[in-house]
Design a protein around this ligand. Sequence first.
Ligand SMILES: Cc1cc2nc3c(=O)[nH]c(=O)nc-3n(C[C@H](O)[C@H](O)[C@H](O)COP(=O)(O)O)c2cc1C
Length: 157
Amino acid sequence: MNVLIVFDTYYGNTQKVAELIESSLSNVESQLIKVDLITQTLVDQYDLIVFGSPTRGFNMTKKIKKSLKNLDYRSKKFWVFDTRMDVDDVDNKLLLKLVKRFGYAAEKMENILIKQKAIKAMDYTYYYVKESEGPLYETMTQKVKDDLIRLNETILN
Ligand SMILES: Cc1cc2nc3c(=O)[nH]c(=O)nc-3n(C[C@H](O)[C@H](O)[C@H](O)COP(=O)(O)O)c2cc1C
């Protein structure tokens, strides 16, 4: 099993999570790339692909969307995550309504990959940033570690 981790980022938070993920993977070959560098040849070399995107305007970034829609992931295993604001931090009723209605990046990334006939290795997850630009909440480091215990179990099985 080898793992390709693909991320996009504006302020570095999603990159930080992606780096933590890569350093927490045990006993597997892995590569970490910014989404700009993804190619079909690279995708074809990996068994599991992890995608991370910031949530922007209730969605994934355009580059992540393009990379999911334009390449072939048939029969590839995947896991996706996003970074997002914590709704408890949002003191704006209209924004809260919109978030409830339009959601976040991760579930939409998952849906595209399922349509692409990729295989979900693990349910999507998310990591909270403070305010709108971060940094990540301190508790997120532990959350990554907990998620990676699950991912490592999935990889081993
Ligand atoms: C223009 C803009 C739109 C955003 N839209 C959302 C959103 O719809 N939902 C949300 O939870 N967070 C939203 N955020 C907060 C981002 O999710 C946050 O900036 C991101 O997780 C930071 O990741 P990055 O450092 O990798 O770019 C938005 C931030 C900006 C600047």
